[in-house]
Each structure stands twice: as structure tokens, then as C-alpha cells.
Write a protein that binds this ligand. Structure first.
Ligand code: SDX
Length: 379
């Protein structure tokens, strides 16, 4: 095969159809099952969007009632999963805890080896319902705090915040969190979703595919970027009393120095979107509300300074992880918990793709061009 035919990173390579979502760089748009993600973020609960991704339609009132009852029933942290988490050191990366928890849930699931759509739907809903408890408990145990049991009088997002902080969040914080969950849910053949589809294409089980997807998402070039964004803010230094302008000036200087040293700055750029990530305006609006709610204009200064300097230097725009990181910081999540939040949301997109892959499966096995030693024989 000629050298020029190699598509490093599969950049620009179309490998299959999907009906789950449409990412359009030209129009800078994202549709989940045909609905613009901005409309879903403005009008729906994350439960409704999860239902949509799996079933292709938004739920009726009755369907939503049955679905949310099912989701609430799956919220309590499995005692065995808690035992496993408790033997993992608090120095373990939370993405490793997420990955381990998903694997244990798979090993224990009574439908583990049943790959029918009904069984996979049940497993998907179980993971969707259970992940908040895993993420919430992992943050709490690192702070020496006890597990907080779920509350079934709260929706998915409000309960996730309740289990994490042990107190009810105000509606505007719940709303911003709900928006982040909807925006993070699905994004066509991104690296972690494609990893899940590759594993599924061998007819392996759903939990194996999700465990592999979590491994892929951990990387800072992908989901790990939202954690890395906060490390950038911390490296520049967050000074609560600083003026927006002064913070912006310090951020600009940091970015100019970083780029002069050929540094890759997480939270910027995207393989598909070349004129900006369609989800950023919606997530940025949520961040703005959180900055106003918590009274932290200096964070907006850092945000603006980095964005402007990157745009001027390289014309590269922020991706979703850039506004998401500081939003989660303001809500009180520890920085290393940011990508596990992405996991809790993307469980929906991953499992929708896993079920779609099985509908018209073909083993995913690309070619390579050999450039090793010429043929030779053992002396
Ligand atoms: C997510 O795919 C998805 O849909 C992912 C995602 C989803 O919802 O699933 O959207 C979630 O992963 C968002 C992306 C989060 N990752 C980061 O923020 C990491 C930083 N970004 C870069 O690593 C990069 O932009 C990628 C990996 C996201 C995309 O890279 P590409 O398409 O492979 O492009 P590239 O790395 O070849 O960069 C092209 C040029 C290079 O310049 P030159 O070396 O040719 O001079 O742009 C530069 C790069 O150096 N560049 C950057 C940069 N991103 C690109 N330079 C500095 N900082 C950056 N962030």
C-alpha cells in the first residue's frame, strides 16, 4: 500500500454510518437523533436526553415516568462496588476508580453475557443510574467523608450534586450541571466511543466496551482535557480579589509563553470542529451564570485572557472542556473528578453506539503498511 494512503489517526476517514448524532463542522452544529443539542440543553432533563439517545425519540410523560423510576432504583452504590472502591488507594486516579467500578459492575451483572438489545438496554440504564454514586463517593472518600445515600425525590442532576456534597444545590447550579451532562453525552465517533465500537465489533460484552472507552477518555487529548484546563488555571494562579483585567493580562502572558515553547494547551482545538466547538457557547453561558452566582469575575479574566491569546496566536478555538472545567471547579468538584463527570454523562452516548454497532455489526480491523526489517531467517 502506498505511503500516502495512510490516514494517521484516521483523520477525515469515514468508517460507518450512525444515527445517534450528527457533528457538522461546516455549520458548527451538533444534533442528537436530529435535535439540536442547544435546544435539548435548554428544554430537557438529562434523563430525557438519555432516553432519546437510546430510543431515538424523546419520551412521553408515561415513558419518562417509567424510565425515571428505573433510573432511581439503580442509584444506590452496590455494597460490593463500594468494597472494591475502598481497597483502591485515595492516590489512585479517579478515572481508574471509574474504570474499575464499571468492570466490577460488568462482572456482577446477571445479564453480563446477554447481548440482546433488551439486556444491553438494561445494562446501559444500570450504568447510567449507578455512575453518579461511584463518582460522588470517590470524591467524598478522598476528603474523609462518608457515603451519602441517593434521594429519589431529586432528579438525576440534583441527586448527583446531593450525593457529592451532602446538601441540596440551588436550582441555578442544578441547571448548569444538567446542561453540562447533556453537552457531554454524545459526539459521534470520538476516540472513546470508537474504542467502545471496536470492542463491541468482536461481539464482546457491553461492560468490556465501556471499560475500554473509559480508558480512552482518560487521556488529556480527549476527556482528560477538562481536568488539564483547571491545572492551567491553577498554574497561572487564581486570585479571588484580582480584577478581571489583571487576571486576563496574566493569562495572556502565560499563553504566549506556553505557545512560544510549543506547548499543547488543553481545552483548545478539535479534530472535527475547525471553527469552534458547537457546544461551547451553551457551556460558556452556564459558566457565566456560575461565575455570577459565586462572584468570581477573576475566573472570567483568566478564561478571556487565554482564549484571546490562543486565538491571536494560532486561531485555535476552545472546545467543550474549556468552559466545563472552571464550571465544575466553581460547583466544588475536585479537579481530578472532572473527567469522571464526563464518564457519567458519556455512558449514554457510548452505550447508544454499542447497541447501534450490534445492529449491523462488522468486525473493525483496519490494515497497516509494514515498514520493519526485510524478510530474514534465523541463523
Ligand atoms: C474532546 O473527538 C471528539 O469529538 C472529542 C470530544 C467529544 O465530545 O468526545 O469533543 C471531547 O476530546 C475535546 C478535545 C479535548 N482535547 C484537548 O483539549 C487537548 C488539546 N487539543 C489538541 O490536542 C488537539 O486540538 C486535538 C487532539 C483535540 C485535535 O488535534 P488534531 O486534529 O490531531 O490536530 P493537531 O494536533 O494535528 O493540531 C493541528 C495544529 C498543530 O500545529 P502544527 O504542529 O501543525 O504547527 O494545531 C496545533 C498543533 O500544534 N494545535 C494546538 C492545539 N491544538 C492543535 N496547539 C496548541 N494547543 C492546542 N490545544
Amino acid at each position: 500500500m502506498a505511503e500516502e494512503e495512510i490516514k494517521k489517526g484516521l483523520a477525515g476517514v469515514v468508517v460507518d454510518y450512525t444515527a445517534v448524532s450528527k457533528v457538522n463542522s461546516d455549520t458548527n452544529s451538533l444534533l442528537y437523533r436530529g435535535y439540536p443539542v442547544q435546544e435539548l440543553a435548554a428544554r430537557c432533563s438529562f434523563e430525557e436526553v438519555a432516553y432519546l439517545l437510546w430510543n431515538g425519540e424523546l419520551p412521553t410523560t408515561e415513558e419518562l415516568a417509567a424510565f425515571t423510576a428505573r433510573e432511581r432504583a439503580g442509584r444506590p452504590l452496590d455494597p460490593v462496588v463500594k468494597q472494591v472502591i475502598d481497597v483502591l488507594p485515595v492516590t489512585a486516579h479517579p478515572m481508574d476508580v471509574c474504570r474499575t467500578a464499571a468492570s466490577v459492575m460488568g462482572a456482577r451483572h446477571e445479564l453480563a453475557e446477554d447481548s440482546s438489545r433488551e439486556a444491553n438496554m438494561a445494562k446501559a440504564v444500570d450504568l447510567f443510574a449507578a455512575m453518579p454514586a461511584v463518582v460522588a463517593y470517590d470524591q467524598r472518600r478522598r476528603r474523609g467523608q462518608a457515603l451519602v445515600e441517593p434521594r429519589n425525590d431529586l432528579g438525576y442532576s440534583a441527586n448527583f450534586l446531593w450525593m457529592t456534597f451532602g446538601e441540596e444545590s440551588v436550582p441555578e447550579v442544578v441547571e448548569a450541571f444538567n446542561v453540562s451532562m447533556i453537552l457531554y453525552a454524545e459526539h459521534s465517533f470520538n476516540a472513546s466511543t470508537f474504542a467502545g465500537r471496536v470492542i463491541t465489533s468482536t461481539l464482546s460484552d457491553l461492560h468490556s466496551a465501556v471499560t475500554g472507552a473509559i480508558g480512552a477518555l482518560k487521556g488529556p487529548l480527549h476527556g482528560g482535557a477538562n481536568e488539564a484546563v483547571m491545572h492551567t488555571f491553577d498554574e497561572i494562579g487564581i486570585r479571588p480579589e484580582e480584577s478581571l483585567e489583571d487576571a486576563a493580562a496574566r493569562a495572556r502572558a502565560w499563553m504566549e509563553h506556553a505557545l512560544a515553547n510549543k506547548k499543547k494547551v488543553m481545552g483548545f482545538g478539535h479534530r472535527v470542529y475547525k471553527h469552534g466547538d458547537s457546544r461551547v457557547p451553551t457551556m460558556k453561558a452556564a459558566l457565566d451564570k456560575m461565575i455570577a452566582h459565586y462572584g468570581r469575575p477573576e475566573l472570567l479574566g483568566l478564561y478571556n485572557g487565554l482564549e484571546a491569546a490562543m486565538d491571536e496566536a494560532k486561531g485555535i478555538k476552545p472546545n467543550l472542556d474549556y468552559p466545563a472545567g472552571p464550571t465544575y471547579h466553581l460547583m466544588g468538584f475536585d479537579t481530578q473528578m472532572f473527567t469522571p463527570l464526563f464518564v457519567a454523562s458519556r455512558i449514554t452516548g457510548w452505550t447508544a453506539h454499542i447497541m447501534e454497532q450490534l445492529e449491523s455489526n462488522s468486525l473493525i480491523r483496519p490494515l497497516s503498511t509494514y515498514n520493519g526489517a526485510e524478510e530474514r531467517h534465523v541463523p
